[in-house]
Write a protein that binds this ligand. Structure first.
Ligand code: SF4
Length: 427
């Protein structure tokens, strides 16, 4: 069972902090949708055509720049090209694209969940972020979502922006929680390379907040969300009332399920679940929109050929793949530990043994005992480790520390013959 991600690489304007791949040349949207239809059919001719898909996610960029007709065409192509049994079809929505008619149209096409990029409800923070919406637009969008047919929707907030006070954060979280979104993602602002924000910080025009301010703001946000009935099931993810409102598509990434990403810069993971011969691979599609469309059209004539064996598939998909990585069992296990321990579920030692053929060594167990002593991990669990809320607050630092210790492989013959780190190949 896999997840399907379609990257819609267009935005009205560039947000100051964003390093995702997108273009502001909106006149290319029609050509892009033509190419994406082709790309979906091409991928359906590969081994992905016989893989059942459980979730579909329209991400970006700004998928809500697509018209209802565009969305309908892409849904039809997905339905024709793949075996689907979707539990969830999510589309990312920007407030400036929201209207009663658009939301009702998306629901009638079969979109089951919306993820709206609110980011802040404070006018000065939205201006700093260079978002395309203002406070009024964000509030109007939230009202439309509450009145819409969507029972499942999520709102994103970004916390710890330069110049954002604790009062701003508290006001943002309270105001947003008052709309009772079934799901909220609350992220800490990250300084990404090659963004306008990075340039401003480098020039000394803007200062990022200190670590203790970031931690205090995040804790304040969490405690307000918990008072409003939200359950923190991942470091940045809060589901109202319990796990029934969690993001299924993202949860499947964290559970190491395979996913196919189509569109410029979209990432994929192929893994058949075995740990033989570095069986997992990861790559991303060509990043540049024009180049990506050229590759799709160059391969358009190939649509009648089915590439369903491994050799054909590898040759065919090579056209689209960049930075192909082969992942061995130990790399996969480390990745799974990182992702699982960022969730409220944690990781079971049996899963590590059964799925990845690895186990923790004594030094790992000593770390876990220290976490329990600091109340960062839950005490009394058998063959299982998971963080408390206090542990989730510092999960990244604790995990980096833990994973400096090598895991014990149960398949020494294979482990010795494989590179310890992912073997990167630039395709
Ligand atoms: S709308 Fe989203 S993808 Fe587009 S620039 Fe802003 S943050 Fe990035």
């Amino acid at each position: 069972m896999a997840g399907l991600y379609l990257h819609i690489p267009f935005c009205q304007q560039a947000c100051s902090y964003c390093d995702f791949y997108f273009s502001t040349r909106l006149q290319r949207v029609d050509d892009f949708v033509d190419a994406m239809e082709l790309r979906i059919h091409q991928a359906g001719r590969s081994r992905w055509g016989s893989t059942p898909f459980k979730t579909l996610y329209f991400g970006g960029g700004t998928p809500s720049l697509l018209s209802l007709k565009h969305v309908e065409r892409l849904l039809l192509a997905v339905d024709q090209a793949f075996k689907t049994d979707f539990q969830e079809i999510t589309l990312e929505l920007n407030p400036e694209n929201s209207s009663k008619e658009y939301l009702e149209g998306l629901a009638s096409l079969g979109i089951t969940r919306l993820s709206v990029g609110i980011q802040s409800l404070q006018p000065h923070i939205l201006t700093f972020m260079h978002r395309a919406h203002d406070q009024e637009g964000a509030l109007r969008c939230l009202e439309q979502l509450v009145a819409s047919p969507f029972e499942r929707w999520s709102a994103d907030l970004i916390i710890a922006n330069p110049g954002q006070t604790m009062e701003d954060v508290i006001a943002d979280v309270r105001l947003l929680a008052g709309f009772e979104p079934p799901h909220i993602s609350a992220y800490v602002l990250m300084l990404e390379e090659r963004t306008r924000l990075e340039k401003q910080v480098a020039l000394g025009r803007i200062q990022m907040p200190e670590g203790d301010i970031v931690a205090d703001q995040m804790q304040a946000a969490q405690s307000i969300l918990m008072q409003h009935g939200y359950f923190r099931y991942e470091v940045s993810s809060f589901a109202r009332g319990g796990l029934q409102n969690r993001a299924i598509h993202n949860s499947r990434y964290w559970d190491h399920q395979p996913y196919l990403g189509l569109g410029p810069s979209a990432h994929s993971l192929w893994w058949d679940g075995t740990v033989e011969n570095a069986s997992a691979t990861r790559w991303h599609e060509v990043k540049d929109l024009r180049q990506w469309m050229a590759v799709v059209h160059d391969n358009a004539a190939d649509l009648n050929v089915v590439h369903d064996n491994a050799a054909h598939h590898a040759e065919y998909e090579k056209e689209f793949q960049q930075e192909l990585e082969h992942l061995d069992a130990v790399s996969l296990a480390e990745e799974r530990i990182m992702m699982a321990l960022r969730t409220s579920e944690g990781i079971s030692f049996n899963e590590l043994a059964d799925r990845y053929h690895v186990s923790f060594v004594e030094a790992h167990h000593q770390h876990i005992q220290q976490w329990i002593a600091h109340e960062w991990a839950v005490p009394g669990l058998v063959n299982h480790v998971k963080f408390t809320d206090r542990g989730l607050d510092r999960a990244d630092a604790l995990l980096l520390d833990l994973l400096t210790i090598p895991l014990k492989s149960h398949r020494l013959d294979v482990a010795e013959s494989l590179p310890r780190e992912s073997d990167k190949i630039n395709a």
